[in-house]
Design a protein around this ligand. Structure first.
Ligand code: HSE
Length: 436
């Protein structure tokens, strides 16, 4: 029973009835009274758009709600908010733009859409004075979007570091804790349903890459071009790397790194060695975490589930309430406020970092001197070397920890090192982050 003095019912439409979409429907029903008591709003689902009307679904909704045309959402004047959860960047883009033009507030969880076309979407949102909310696009149930956009609005953001892909983190955790190799750990993640049906974007780093671009936009006010950033997945991490990292006092995480340095914004995602003592090292399994450093707030850490029905629908429902407030009291901002206070982004080749380099080399006298010579000529310093004892004359791993160097210079030196006759196979190069 509604105790407050104010209660409003708002018509909404939903595009997509997969894990998250069905969760939004189910949880709006389950917690209808709780949401109404807390917010003063009740949401009436008026239309659900799906690709395949015949598909069996684990959450049931009245058949009369379903449609296979997203245009139906726009043709119902009682729908005031459209929730876009269909994924992809083509139909989802058309729907989002049409919804904004028609004056409907959009709530989306589509990270690829925002990372690739956020500038166009928010230009239209601003022109039409219609907000787009996207808490569900980054880190599932962790309220990092609202935190960066609103709670930290008074801070200059110095850096944001995030474990942003639960599937990768699950795989790395299993490799670390159970000694599995990459293919075994991936097979386990697929079997347990953690990886997406098509895990390509989880594995190649781009799911985290899209999320990093969104976090960078909130922190620095503009959309970094996805084609200019370095994004690498975890498919080259081996049990040997886990072992060497541990012996050096690190663990390996797929880390999204976003920071401002000397007037330019740096964004990237790569397997990264982080000190075992850092709090992000204890973020395991499918969990996500985002560490924000602001000039006033200092260090803040957000931790929670980055995927799944309950966590992600939590974020969508939070956005629905935010959208309902805007319907009642329009604001002068529209979900993302572009500005030019941070200039531009730094190209990935110019970003200076520290590195872990693992080579497979002939175990012969002079090999280390040759490799160190190439690095020395490039002005790149080595901070430590690990080479396990091996049977003389047989290929052996050589691990080098590299001092700060520009990524482009590091890659150029690596090309020369790889061409040395004594270096076998593909080298492995990961970042090292000490958060200093
Ligand atoms: N598949 C993602 C993950 C969740 O594993 O974190 C959605 O972005």
């Amino acid at each position: 029973m509604m105790q407050g003095c104010f209660m409003k019912t708002i018509g909404i439409g939903l595009a997509g009835f997969g894990t998250v979409g069905a969760g939004v429907y189910e949880n709006l029903e389950r917690h209808r009274e709780l949401i109404a008591e807390r917010s003063g709003y009740s949401f009436a689902m008026r239309r659900i758009v799906v690709r395949d009307l015949q598909k069996q679904r684990d959450v049931s909704a009245p058949a009369s709600l379903f449609s296979s045309r997203w245009q139906d959402l726009l043709e119902d004047p009682e729908i005031k908010i459209i929730v876009e959860l269909i994924g992809g960047t083509t139909e989802a883009f058309d729907l989002t733009m049409a919804a904004i033009r028609s004056g409907r507030i959009v709530v989306t969880g589509n990270k690829a859409l925002l990372a690739e076309r956020g500038a166009e979407i928010f230009a239209l949102a601003s022109e039409c004075k219609v907000p787009v909310f996207f808490e569900a696009a980054v880190a599932g149930g962790i309220p990092i979007i609202q935190s960066l956009r609103d709670a930290f609005v008074g801070n200059r953001i110095e850096s944001v570091h995030g474990i942003l892909n639960g599937t990768s983190n699950y795989i790395l955790t299993r490799m670390q804790e159970a000694g599995l190799d990459y293919p075994e750990a991936l097979a386990e993640a697929v079997t347990l349903g953690y990886a997406e049906a098509d895990p390509t974007l989880d594995i190649n780093g781009w799911d985290a890459g899209h999320k990093a671009i969104i976090l960078a936009a909130l922190a620095y006010g503009f959309w970094v071009d996805p084609t200019t950033i370095r994004v690498e997945g975890i498919d080259r991490v081996s049990a040997a790397d886990i072992h060497f990292a541990k012996s050096l006092g690190y663990c390996i995480k797929l880390l999204g790194s976003i920071r401002e340095k000397n007037g330019k914004v740096e964004v990237g995602v790569a397997p990264t060695l982080i000190p075992l003592g850092n709090v992000l090292a204890s973020v395991n399994g499918v969990f996500n975490a985002v560490a924000v450093r602001g000039d006033l707030v200092g260090d803040s850490l957000f931790y929670g589930r980055g995927a799944g029905r309950g966590p992600t629908s939590t974020s969508v429902i939070g956005d629905l309430v935010e959208a309902a407030h805007v319907l009642d009291a329009p604001r002068g901002t529209f979900g993302f406020a572009p500005h030019a206070l941070y200039g531009s982004s730094r190209s990935s080749s110019e970003i200076v970092g520290s590195y872990y380099l693992r080579l497979s080399v002939d175990d012969k006298p002079g090999v280390l001197a040759l490799i160190a010579g190439v690095l020395g000529e490039a002005g790149i310093g080595i901070s430590s070397v690990v080479q396990p004892e091996s049977i003389a004359g047989v290929e052996t791993p050589l691990v080098l920890m590299i001092h700060e160097a520009a990524y482009g210079a590091m890659c150029a030196a690596l090309a020369k090192i790889t061409a040395l006759g004594c270096v076998k196979g593909e080298p492995v190069l990961f970042n090292v982050e000490t958060f200093s």
